[in-house]
Design a protein around this ligand. Structure first.
Ligand SMILES: [Cu+2]
Length: 157
């Protein structure tokens, strides 16, 4: 129950941008006025449309007998990511990928890559696991605009 509430909060607060959303934006071209006359000098002042998401960065993860490889991924807040996960062994319990932060719960067929594209919504550390949680990795999201943490003053002396 608590998990479901968290998911609803994530959706409601717009932390997730889906591929469908991106396509929806692309599907609506900017309006064109064929009768645009020459009597307005400001006619060209409109900025170009900015709705399209940039090309994602592809990040690949393998599931091996030793677990996820790499087991730690570093993303930047606001970055567009295409995550590709491929299971290479039967000798693992990680036949399903769980990433709560991105609402992912997906089968990993042997050697058939699963991929998902998303925009990294917030900084922090987020696990990706098998359903039981024993095979684990983590996503570390940096926020380039965050103020650096206060340096611990050298103690002693
Ligand atoms: Cu497991």
């Amino acid at each position: 129950m608590r998990k479901r509430a968290l998911l609803l909060v994530a959706i409601a607060s717009g932390l997730l941008a889906t591929g469908a959303e991106a396509q929806g934006r692309r599907a609506s071209p900017p309006p064109v006025n064929p009768n645009k006359g020459g009597d307005s000098g400001a006619a060209q002042a409109n900025p170009p449309p900015t709705g399209a998401f940039p090309e994602p960065r592809t990040v690949e993860v393998l599931v091996t007998a030793n677990g996820f490889s790499p087991a730690e991924l570093t993303f930047t807040k606001g970055e567009r990511i295409k995550l590709v996960v491929r299971r290479t062994t039967e000798d693992t319990c990680a036949k399903v990928l769980v990433i709560d932060e991105y609402l992912v719960w997906n089968e990993l067929p042997l050697n058939l890559p699963f991929s998902t594209v998303f925009t990294v919504g917030r900084a922090g550390e987020f696990p990706f696991t098998c359903p039981s949680g024993e095979t684990r990795g983590k996503i570390v999201v940096k926020d380039p605009e965050a103020k650096p943490a206060a340096q611990a003053a050298p103690s002693g002396g």
